[in-house]
Unconditional design. Structure first.
Lengths: 222, 471
């Protein structure tokens, strides 16, 4: 086998190993996350009383971050340890509408409504068919405002989206020189080079070469 | 070194360097063990301070505090919302301003460390940029360089002992694969520098044994001194290496000395080790408990470290510590888990099966190495291997003694597997070099098994880092 062919095979094998390793690290799904810095402080705002029923409320929203693709509004309904029973309808800015049935959320979980237009300044929530209390968990922003809905980004869950997610994370809070290309190409190179070294170490042509003055040679002569 | 082998060594160096840099990127800033403390030491030196002479009042500089806030604290605060989208992270984590004050005092855990390692990082600190994060990554790049040199030195050490090219390449590869070695190469901690200097010491001592030229003597002295000046435990390590690896030469040299010189030298070594001991552990506090109770506790500690506790024994380990660090007996969690791969302060552990694979690969190499020694027990390689084994036992005993004294004081930290990184050259001499006594086929089979197992662990290590810290 020619050296060029060997090298190609090693690069392919190393590349596949590196790709499989990186693929195994990709998140299976990416949940929407906050675009607003918040503190740990949170309070439950009861919008439906203990006897259940329905209600419609309107809440003011802080301005949405600009130039953020795949925007969404995240809400956290709370049912006070009871099984969810209400159907929740959220209308953001009068245009984007989402409906969440009782099977689509749990007590304290987050529901996300994709938003197509970022200019919304308020959202309306309608609750129907609740057999017990229902609250919205409000968060406090670092600016000190209490908000019932948080702007979030809905990441792509495709392979490309998940890969992009990891690669961008590798570049965040690092100096530009130490970003994802160095990590990925460094890892891929080391994998290919290691494969070549293993082959060299195991099936190379070199024979043991006891040389004059070596410990083994000294021992044998002794 | 034959020309074709030079290219192989170069590739080995570059592969290790690339892996170290990849890990340096994958591990977020300040996530290395005690990384803020070690970085602070460099910062103190760069700003004209000398931590061992500074007061114990710890004051991190504004530059470090802001960097830690921007990279660790914000990162950790958002872990409840994980996985965090990078776009969101960019919006939430504001850029760190440059030119912040680097004035501070003390270095926390590294206060009593000798200065050599930190002094070598000063150029990287100065050239690294104007933020603590940038400087930290520049320092990490130097550590990756140390890691690559360490792997190269391991290969040269085995070549020096066995004169077997392929075995030395395989051993160098093996030394480069444990994720803990790569993590040490990727973060601002002195472990990999100590491992490099220890390997250089072994190499120089082996050369001394063969032909004690002046250059080899100077090299050995410099390497041993560097080992002693890298960590508090470095002086003990240098002494152990000198006595075990350098034994025949040392014996001959001491015999040739005049009695007065011999006594003076012995006294100097004793004083140095006593001083290093006071830097490594707080003997004064332990002395209050008395020698006998400390020894009794130490024996109980050693038993409980490697074997399940017996009914009449008091628990030697603080059960409030995370279970992952002390269960089922500390030997597994310390030497195996934190020795193979256990990353950062947020404790990214490898999957359990990976540790089993790592243990299987290591046990296989150890058994093969012992078989190699038994095959030709009188050969120089085997005798070197046996001395290296004694060195391994002695160093682990020193680590245990420091731990026992700390535990008696009530301030003890659990040992970490990375503490054995500096004796990897002794492992190479004890278990890898004797493989030279095998036939080509048997040796290849052993090396395939070892390299495959640690290769898998290495790949899983990078995958674990990515999935833990980037998703």
């Amino acid at each position: 086998m020619s050296n060029v062919l060997k090298l190609c095979l090693i690069v392919i094998a190393g590349g596949v190993l590196a790709a499989v390793t990186i693929y195994s690290a990709l998140p299976s799904r990416i949940v929407p996350v906050s675009l607003v810095a918040t503190t740990d402080a949170q309070t439950a705002l009861k919008i439906v009383g203990d006897h259940g029923g329905g209600t419609t409320k309107t809440f003011v929203l802080p301005p949405a971050p600009r130039d953020t693709p795949r925007l969404g509004l995240a809400l956290r309904p709370a049912t006070y340890l009871l099984k969810p029973s209400a159907t929740i309808t959220v209308v953001v800015g009068g245009r984007d509408r989402c409906t969440f049935g009782p099977r689509q959320y749990t007590d304290g979980s987050t529901v996300t409504c994709p938003v197509t237009r970022s200019g919304a300044r308020s959202f309306r929530i309608s609750v129907r068919g609740a057999r017990g209390p229902l609250a919205l968990i409000e968060r406090q922003t670092t600016a000190g405002k209490t908000v019932a809905g948080i702007w979030v980004q809905v990441p792509r869950s495709s392979l490309e989206g998940r890969l992009r997610f990891v690669l961008t994370a590798l570049s965040t809070t690092r100096p530009w020189l130490f970003s994802w290309p160095l990590a990925i190409f460094g890892f891929a190179f080391s994998t290919c080079a290691s494969l070549w070294l293993v082959l060299t170490a195991l099936v190379g042509d070199e024979r043991p070469r006891p040389e004059a003055g070596s410990l083994e040679a000294e021992s044998d002569t002794a | 070194v034959a020309p074709p082998f030079r290219i192989v060594l170069l590739v080995l160096f570059l592969a290790s360097l690339a892996r170290g840099l990849a890990f340096a990127v994958a591990i977020p800033a300040w996530q290395g063990p005690d990384e803020p403390a070690h970085y602070a030491y460099v910062e103190r030196l760069a700003t004209g301070g000398f931590p061992p002479f500074q007061s114990r009042d710890l004051v991190f500089s504004t530059a470090v505090n802001v960097s830690v806030q921007r990279t660790i604290t914000s990162f950790r605060e958002h872990r409840a919302d994980r996985p965090l989208t990078p776009q969101a992270e960019r919006i939430l984590l504001k850029r760190e301003p440059g030119g912040l004050s680097t004035a501070g005092n003390g270095t926390l855990g590294a206060q009593d460390y000798p200065p050599l390692y930190y002094a070598t990082l000063l150029p990287a600190y100065w050239l690294g940029g104007n933020t603590a994060t940038n400087r930290l990554y520049a320092i990490r790049a130097v550590n990756a360089l140390y890691g690559a040199l360490f792997v190269l030195a391991i290969a040269l050490l085995v070549l020096e002992v066995t004169r077997h090219y392929r075995l030395s390449i395989a051993t160098g590869m093996l030394a480069s694969l444990p994720p803990m070695v790569t993590q040490a190469s990727a973060t601002c901690t002195p472990d990999i520098a100590l491992a490099l200097f220890a390997t250089a010491s072994c190499w120089a001592l082996v050369r001394l044994r063969r032909a004690a030229s002046r250059s080899d003597l100077a090299l050995a002295a410099a390497a041993l001194l560097a080992t002693a000046l890298t960590k508090p435990v470095g002086a003990f390590l240098a002494f152990i290496l000198l006595v075990t690896v350098g034994w025949p030469w040392l014996l001959q040299t001491v015999r040739r000395m005049r009695p007065a010189l011999r006594i003076a030298l012995g006294a100097a070594v004793a004083v140095t080790l006593a001083f290093a001991g006071t830097r490594a552990v707080n003997f004064a506090a332990a002395a209050r408990h008395g020698a006998l109770p400390t020894i009794r506790f130490g024996l109980s500690y050693l038993w409980q470290y490697y074997l399940p506790r017996l009914g009449f024994m008091k628990p030697a380990f603080d059960r409030s510590l995370p279970r992952t660090l002390i269960e089922p007996v500390p030997v597994w969690s310390t030497w195996v888990k934190t020795g193979a791969g256990y990353f950062g302060w947020l404790s990214a552990a490898l999957p359990t099966w990976t540790y089993v694979v790592a243990v299987a690969g290591t046990v296989g190499t150890v058994l093969a190495g012992i078989a190699g020694i038994l095959r030709k027990p009188t050969s120089e390689v085997s005798r070197t291997a046996l001395r290296a084994l004694c060195g391994i036992a002695a160093f682990i005993f020193v680590l245990h003694v420091t731990e026992i004294v700390s535990l008696v004081n009530g301030t003890g930290l659990v040992l970490q597997g990375r503490y054995v990184l500096p004796i990897i050259p002794l492992f190479a001499l004890a278990f890898s070099a004797p493989l030279v006594h095998f036939s080509e086929r048997a040796r290849a089979a052993t090396l395939v098994a070892s390299l495959a197992s640690w290769g898998i662990v290495s790949l899983v290590g990078f995958s674990t880092l990515l999935s833990f810290y980037s998703t």
